[in-house]
Ligand binder design. Structure first.
Ligand code: THU
Length: 131
């Protein structure tokens, strides 16, 4: 475990870079997500669409795969960007995914600045609600 300092400019750049790998023939919207973990490593993801539209995967979901494949832990901060660098907010489903992996303290890059998940997904349902 290291004391993680969030380099937001690096995270944003990594998200834009990840978006270049997107498979998005249906929406045409390249999305990349990048997050720093509690051990300091950075994980990324890109959206992967499908001819059966509803089956498509968001960038945050493929990031979740890389997160576990490279050691898991806890997400500390996450940025989501389009392939051309616009800030994108994680969709509702992805906020739930991020909450699972980072909890309420995980920081998100938003149009209103850096905000914790408790603000982006208030009164969240989470692991603590299960019996
Ligand atoms: N998308 C993401 O990758 N993450 C989000 O949080 C919002 C939406 C993707 C899904 C789809 O491939 C494209 O953006 C258009 O909705």
């Amino acid at each position: 475990m290291v004391d993680v300092v969030v380099d937001w400019e690096l995270l944003r750049a990594k998200a834009v870079e990840a978006a270049q790998a997107a498979y998005c023939p249906y929406s045409g919207l390249r999305v990349g997500a990048a997050a720093v973990c509690d051990d300091g490593r950075i994980v990324v993801g890109c959206n992967v669409e499908n001819a059966a539209y509803g089956v498509g995967l968001c960038a945050e979901c493929t990031l979740a795969g890389q997160f576990f494949l490279t050691g898991g832990g806890k997400l500390v901060a996450l940025a989501c960007r389009s392939g051309t660098g616009e800030l994108l907010m994680p969709c509702g489903r992805c906020r739930q995914v991020i909450y699972e992996l980072g909890g309420g303290a995980c920081l998100i890059d938003t149009p209103a600045g850096v905000r914790p998940m408790t603000s982006v997904l208030p009164d969240a349902f989470g692991p603590e609600d299960l019996p």
